[in-house]
Design a binder for this molecule. Structure first.
Ligand SMILES: [Ca+2]
Length: 235
């Protein structure tokens, strides 16, 4: 962890650093899923038959009408680069065992077939018994065990390098860890990764407050730019 584990600091740093680059759905690096209208100009909505994705000040993925296929909501252009940190609130509502995941993927398409065939990804695997960190096709590493339904958790992935990422689960306060932070070593993924939120296998899961925090080096440069700008005004 390179940041203090406070939600307010993460939001503040996102606000400071992302001004001017925010996209429609992500305002200053934070997507709060405000309102009831999904923003499919910046997210791609993929639902298998019987599954639904809806928004009501949070994003709800419901696969209770679908036995085994996923539904996912994936950013089209908002990405998480090396050194960046991604956080999202997750609230499991119903499940039948395995039910959700949070992935960073190099394929912006939400389609299940393209996702599997073309992408490289790392993800949190969320089940009623455990939360694990895993790369596509790799072995899983335990991050925490057990999840209570109708309880909010904060899941964080920090991209330490092209080949290492740190996975941490927090209680809803964003401070207290649940289980132990886990560093996953994986195949090299050098570029920015799209964010994919998904549910599967007769589950209902809600997501909120998706937040991308730039790497500290970027924050430092922006701070320096601000300082220079202030000095310029004085001169
Ligand atoms: Ca919200």
């Amino acid at each position: 962890m390179m940041f203090s584990n406070t939600r307010s600091l993460l939001v503040a740093t996102a606000l400071l650093s992302a001004a001017g680059t925010a996209q429609a759905a992500f305002i200053a690096g934070v997507e709060t899923f405000t309102g009831t209208t999904k923003d499919i100009s910046t997210w791609e909505d993929f639902t298998a038959a019987g599954a639904t994705i809806s928004q009501n000040n949070a994003l709800s993925i419901n696969t209770t009408g679908n036995g085994s296929q996923e539904a996912d909501y994936t950013t089209l252009s908002q990405t998480v680069g090396i050194g960046d940190t991604f956080r999202v609130d997750v609230r499991p509502v119903t499940n039948s065992g395995y039910y959700a995941a949070v992935a960073l993927t190099n394929n912006s398409a939400g389609s299940g077939s393209r996702y599997v065939a073309d992408s490289q990804f790392i993800h949190f695997n969320i089940t009623s018994g455990s939360i694990t960190a895993q790369e596509k096709g790799g072995s899983s590493s335990s991050v925490s065990s057990g999840l209570a339904l109708n309880t909010t958790y904060v899941l964080e992935i920090e991209r330490l390098s092209a080949t290492q990422s740190e996975f941490t689960v927090f209680q809803s306060n964003g401070i207290t860890t649940v289980g132990s932070p886990t560093t996953l070593t994986h195949a090299s993924i050098p570029g920015g990764l799209n964010i994919s939120l998904y549910g599967v296998d007769l589950s209902v899961v809600e997501f909120d407050n998706a937040t991308v925090v730039p790497e500290p080096a970027t924050l430092g440069l922006l701070g320096l730019a601000g300082l220079l700008a202030r000095r310029g005004r004085k001169i």
